[in-house]
Write a protein of this length. Structure first.
Length: 145
């Protein structure tokens, strides 16, 4: 019974991660200015990088909910979390204020290490999973028991 509970929680958390990533990815297009402001100055074309990262966040969110590609999508999400980490560091080090987001030292002390939690969360989905109840946006995939 415990394993069944873990699997249900894993799938609920898969959906939460996917929805969150998809929402943040959409924000990269709808409200791109705050994301552009935190791109480190040494990187070229900040707006393009924001749109590219937003695209891959949306793609990863969708992929996480398509069982045949969910493992690959999880690896892509991990790569994305690593790729955007310099922007998070830039925001913290240069005290870049974005309306609606706390920017105190205490918040940054939590926010930066939380990237590791996000990576671990995505890593959970990189392993083969034959759960017939895996969350899916494609009807009939995977097959329910």
């Amino acid at each position: 019974m415990r394993m069944e509970s873990i699997q249900k929680n894993k799938e609920l958390l898969r959906v939460i991660l996917a929805v969150t990533l998809g929402g943040v990815g959409i924000l990269h297009f709808v409200v791109s200015e705050p994301f552009i402001r935190i791109v480190p100055g040494f990187l070229p074309a900040p707006a393009a990088l924001v749109y590219i990262s937003g695209f891959f966040e949306i793609l990863g969110a969708i992929g996480l909910l398509i069982p045949p590609v969910s493992q690959l999508a999880a690896w892509g999400i991990i790569a994305l979390f690593i790729a955007v980490f310099p922007a998070n560091i830039n925001m913290a080090v240069n005290h870049i204020h974005i309306d609606g987001i706390p920017d105190g030292a205490w918040f940054q002390a939590i926010r930066l290490p939380f990237q590791g939690v996000l990576i671990a969360w995505a890593y959970w989905y990189t392993k083969f999973d034959d759960n017939p109840q895996q969350a899916s946006i494609i009807p009939g995939l995977p097959r329910s028991q």
